[in-house]
Design a protein around this ligand. Structure first.
Ligand code: NAP
Length: 253
């Protein structure tokens, strides 16, 4: 296929971009001028999501990528290398919250739930980052955004005044606390390079993540929540690295 895209435009990969927050982030990065690679674990859904962005006049291509499939991550990196030679922005957005539909939270230590949650929310982000890092190193302004949540903040979980104090979702919270630790570690190991790494909480968003009642209960649409993620993906050369923020500013780890 002929590459008809502007080679000077930033190239951005968003995982889990076929719907929900990731799709809005992909749209807003496209609107900011990026060529957006729309990651999706189902090839047809990724293609449909990319097509809808192209219909809006944006530069978007689908990338079939189940973040738990390390071979697919390697294949996606090879595809991006062939077509663009580099990657400027990686948004590790794909995530799951199986505990939202776990019927009995009195017994929250379900090893299978822990394994599946960590497999996507942490190991998936590690695998995709590992596969994309050589391409991000070729960028003059590499950016990694890990989509996290204030629910993963240990400080919030321990503060009786916090709205998150009463929430006990240990697999999800543990996976996002670990993702935050990954942000810190990567920011240190990439210090002195142009690559900035940050964690972002989008707020409570009207998506399918939190179970059947979440869309009605959440205050913020995906389009309203996406700008803070896009902003951290488009940080300038003096931007921060190793931070955890939401749209209002820094969050406690
Ligand atoms: P969502 O509507 O359920 O969308 C999740 C996305 O992740 C979907 O595109 C889904 O793809 C994809 N995904 C799941 N497992 C995947 C895998 N193994 N490989 C590739 N893609 C996979 O949820 P969302 O609310 O947009 O969540 C996006 C991110 O925001 C998550 O990391 C979540 O933890 C974070 N977040 C959300 C909220 C909130 O209130 N919604 C708050 C804080 C943080 P399929 O369509 O194939 O399932």
């Amino acid at each position: 296929m002929t590459n008809t895209y502007d080679n000077s435009a930033p190239v951005a990969l968003v995982t889990g971009a076929n719907r929900g927050l990731g799709h809005s982030v992909a749209r807003q990065l496209g609107e900011a001028g990026a060529t957006v690679l729309v990651g999706g674990r189902d090839a047809a859904r990724a293609a449909g999501a990319a097509a809808s962005l192209r219909e809006a006049g944006l530069a978007a291509r689908p990338v079939t990528l189940d973040v738990t499939d390390h071979a697919q991550a390697a294949a996606a990196a090879a595809q991006i290398e062939r077509e663009y030679g580099r990657l400027d922005i990686l948004v590790n957005n794909a995530g799951i919250l199986p505990e939202a539909t776990t019927p009995d939270l009195k017994h929250p230590l379900d090893l299978d739930v822990f394994r599946s949650t960590f497999e996507t929310n942490l190991f998936g982000a590690v695998a995709v980052t590992q596969a994309m890092l050589p391409l991000l190193r070729r960028s003059s302004a590499g950016r990694i955004v890990n989509v996290s949540t204030a629910m993963g903040s240990l400080t919030e979980q321990l503060d009786p005044r916090s709205p998150y104090f009463g929430l006990v979702l240990p697999a999800y919270q543990g996976s996002k606390a670990a993702l935050n630790a990954l942000t810190v570690a990567l920011s240190k190991s990439l210090a002195g390079t142009p690559i900035l790494v940050n964690s972002v909480c989008p707020g409570w968003v009207q998506t399918d993540l939190g179970g059947p009642d979440n869309r009605a209960a959440a205050p913020t649409s995906a389009e309203e929540a996406a700008p803070v993620v896009a902003r951290m993906a488009l940080l300038g050369p003096d931007g921060a690295s190793g931070t955890f923020v939401d749209q209002a500013g820094p969050l406690a780890w």
